[in-house]
Design a protein around this ligand. Structure first.
Ligand code: ATP
Length: 260
């Protein structure tokens, strides 16, 4: 197994709020890795840093062996790509460049385009794909994988249930055939049975399509059961990391996150 994503000692601040402090995470190719933590721990911020939406103030992020973000590296080139070489080199890739390398984020709260149909939402997910035939084929694959989306393809997304919208948000991310899928609280606000359905789909995407998954969740039990490796975040720091099977038996995790 090789390392697909390496987050090395990164920090992120929002003004005076230190949201991430010296965070390191490793994601092996082919694995499902989870990050659990309470509300406000910094989980979403970590995902945003990976896709270039929040600048890091320490450390670096490496994906497929290439640095995609580095503290202190100039952001000027990222902001003004037309000036190219004149601004010198920057290791900080733009969000669209990171997406182009095969990283797809399903954001917290799904962020679907409510007034667009299911089909139009899926088209949005394929914005980096030029080949119309490939897009049509990928949509059919998604309709096979999530039959409810096939049945509702012409309906406005706002008419879907929360669970169906979450499935659509995952399908939209899969339209770009990512190598690494980042999921921000896929179970948020959903009933237990629906959460189970969604986690089953995530397992299939990982097992059968070979997509590596980095999953952020407040639902620690589901996340640890679904993953191989787990990290626990508190107040912007990683306080524990281990095989998920071990974390499920860990007394501190049991008391703080599993309600035991
Ligand atoms: P949740 O599950 O509630 O989304 P989280 O673990 O994902 O929590 P983050 O959203 O990453 O946590 O937030 C981490 C910290 O950074 C919190 O204290 C939050 O209030 C703060 N924060 C997040 N986004 C911003 C922002 N845009 N401006 C200022 N502070 C922010």
């Amino acid at each position: 197994m090789s390392e697909l994503l390496t987050i090395d000692s990164i920090s992120v601040s929002y003004g005076s709020i230190k949201a991430l402090r010296d965070v390191s995470v490793r994601v092996e190719q082919g694995d499902i890795v989870c990050l659990i933590g309470a509300n406000g721990a910094g989980k979403s911020t970590l995902l945003k840093a990976i896709v270039g939406l929040e600048p890091i103030t320490t450390g670096s992020i490496t994906y497929q062996g290439h640095c995609i973000a580095e503290a202190g590296s100039s952001d000027a080139k990222k902001m003004f790509p037309f000036f190219g070489k004149r601004l010198g080199s920057s290791n900080n890739l733009r969000t669209d460049e990171i997406a182009g390398r095969g990283v797809a984020l399903v954001p917290e709260g799904r962020r679907v385009f409510a007034d667009m149909t299911v089909e139009e939402n899926l088209d949005m997910g394929a914005f980096l794909v030029r080949d119309e035939q490939k897009i049509a084929q990928k949509k059919e694959e998604m309709y096979d994988f999530f039959p409810i989306l096939g049945a509702r393809r012409k309906q406005k997304t706002r008419s879907l249930s929360g669970g169906e919208q979450q499935m659509m948000a995952i399908a939209r991310a899969l339209m770009s055939s990512p190598r690494l899928l980042l999921l921000d609280e896929p179970g948020l606000g959903l009933a237990p049975l629906i959460i189970q359905d969604i986690f089953e789909k995530i397992a299939i995407i990982n097992r059968e399509e070979g997509v590596t998954v980095f999953l952020v969740e407040q639902n620690a039990l589901m996340a640890l059961k679904a993953s191989k490796q787990g990290y626990v975040m508190e107040n912007g720091r990683i306080v524990l990391d281990d095989l998920s099977a071990n974390l499920l038996q860990n007394d501190k995790v049991k008391a703080a996150y599993l309600g035991e």
